[in-house]
Design a protein. Structure first.
Length: 341
């Protein structure tokens, strides 16, 4: 593995705050054995137990975290007398570290690069479903409609030649752009940080949000979570989308006013494919569940076997690089923390 030390340093202790079911998904036998050979491990099964993590931190040089781990703040750092690295197995690190970590000079890494392609693939699958109204046909047939009635749907379209709007030229956004362009879509992007040169390289047109919304058959959301992007798609923005258009959200519910989206979807004017929600798990009685024009998945866009294993490998490689005296590959700075939530 890249960054593996030639000889193990058994005094180098690593705390693994990852629950058993995620360890089985993240760490292949080979990767786990490599970590065991390189360092002395303290494994916390109840990884959300703040007291357990605090008790394990004294003397530890590295901490591997996963979703729902306690935030590493000033109080936890009071127990971390030798900590040099927090390696997160996901992308959004803001829920798990505070600026106190950076002030202490502790390195923070994340594995978001490994999630871009599978999430983009799901966004592509969502796009194709909305274009061909697959979710409507499935709902009609499962609901017992006769063949003729179930065959009724708004006009369907191929992705080749369709106008696709992408909000956010993020890692996932760029992976999605490459996929839909390879299938013949015309792509426009809204991103305040996308330069004209980058837009040219991506083969897209950079346009204001209002232009993108009013002229796209499918709008895919791939923007980061910041104060500026909170509810960036509200009632006023959604109203700009043409009748029959579709919204794809595999990013964060933070970006879309869920109530405004529900209002539009209830009329049947728009279709949507959604992987992320304000309340997770999505309540059993939520209106989204009964709408024929909505495709739902339970926040699993990055849940492929291959992606989960890459997340674990990425975190372990960062620990091995630290042990070998090499810089991290996927470091997060304090300035970037707000964009990786």
């Amino acid at each position: 593995m890249p960054g593996s030390p030639e000889t193990a340093d058994r005094s180098f202790r690593v705390v693994v705050a990852v629950p058993p079911h995620l360890r089985a998904q993240f760490f292949t036998a080979e990767v786990w054995q490599e970590l065991e050979r390189a360092a002395r491990l303290t494994v916390i099964d109840d990884h959300s137990d703040r007291a357990a993590v605090a008790a394990a931190l004294p003397g530890a040089r590295a901490l591997i975290t996963s979703w729902r781990a306690p935030k590493v703040d000033a109080e936890l750092l009071g127990h971390a007398d030798r900590l040099e690295l927090v390696a997160h197995t996901g992308s959004a690190v803001a829920p798990y570290v505070t600026e106190d970590v950076f002030r202490r000079g502790i390195l923070v890494t994340q594995a978001g690069d490994e999630m871009a392609r599978p999430v983009a693939e799901v966004a592509l699958a969502f796009t194709l479903s909305l274009l061909h109204r697959i979710q409507r046909f499935d709902h009609a047939l499962r609901g017992g409609q006769d063949w003729a009635a179930a065959s009724e749907a708004p006009p369907r379209h191929e992705i080749h030649g369709s106008d696709i709007g992408v909000i956010g030229a993020s890692r996932t956004g760029r992976a999605y752009i490459r996929m839909v362009r390879a299938m013949g879509a015309r792509v426009r992007v809204t991103d305040p940080f996308l330069s004209d040169a980058d837009a040219g390289t991506l083969g897209v047109e950079s346009v204001p949000l209002e232009t993108l919304l009013s002229g796209s058959r499918i709008v895919a959301v791939h923007a980061p979570v910041t104060e500026e992007t909170h509810r960036m798609l509200g009632a006023e923005q959604l109203a700009l989308m043409p009748d029959g258009a579709g919204l794809v959200n595999t990013a964060r519910s933070w970006l879309v006013d869920e109530d405004a989206l529900l209002t539009e979807l209830t009329t049947g004017r728009l279709d949507a494919a959604i992987d992320v929600f304000d309340a997770e798990p999505l309540p059993a009685g939520h209106p989204f569940r009964s709408l024929p024009n909505v495709l739902l998945t339970p926040h699993q866009a990055a849940g492929s076997v291959e992606c989960r294993q890459r997340l674990g490998t990425s975190a372990v490689n960062e620990v091995l690089r630290l042990l070998a005296g090499r810089p991290p590959v996927h470091a997060v700075t304090a300035d970037a923390l707000v964009r990786l939530r």
